[in-house]
Ligand binder design. Structure first.
Ligand code: DQA
Length: 147
């Protein structure tokens, strides 16, 4: 199974950015955590980060026919991007939405997620562990699908 993990804007600043909300772990540590978890589950994984909405849309489009699942933390674009929602619907790849923080307990503008309108599951508030749970959810989803 091939999984694409996409991280949106400012997630490359982990470790520096607002540690009370996002923790002390760096972006490089997050990538290492995801790669280790994926290897443990027997998954092939690509981890992609961009600060650009258009690059994220293009990455989702390019996943068509290549990846079996997407883990998406669209960061701030979660709350604004119809283009990312449309790209997910276009490629129709099973997707789990992840947020390091619990967006439901933060400012009102973070409560709405366009990504949630497509993702079959949303995991929030678990820090790095949320990505591990998302990979597991994609494995379970694929197993249920092939029953
Ligand atoms: C985030 C939550 C978003 O509201 C925020 O804009 C981010 C990160 C999270 O992982 O908790 O950049 O997606």
């Amino acid at each position: 199974m091939k999984i694409l993990v996409i991280n949106g804007p400012n997630l490359n600043m982990l470790g520096i950015r607002n540690p009370k909300v996002y923790g002390n772990g760096t972006y490089a540590e997050l990538v290492g955590f995801i790669e280790e978890k994926a290897a443990g589950l027997g998954l092939r994984v690509k981890v992609f980060q961009s600060n650009s909405e258009s690059e994220i849309v293009t990455e989702i489009q390019n996943a068509y026919g290549i990846f079996d699942g997407i883990v998406l933390n669209a960061a701030a674009y979660t709350h604004t991007s119809v283009a990312i929602l449309d790209a997910l619907e276009a490629v129709s790849i099973p997707t789990v939405e992840v947020h390091l923080s619990d967006i439901a307990k933060r400012e009102d503008f973070r409560h709405h997620s366009f990504v949630s309108m497509y993702a079959f599951k949303t995991i929030k508030g678990l820090g790095f562990e949320g990505y591990a749970r998302a990979l597991e959810a994609l494995v379970d989803y694929s197993a249920a699908d092939s029953e």
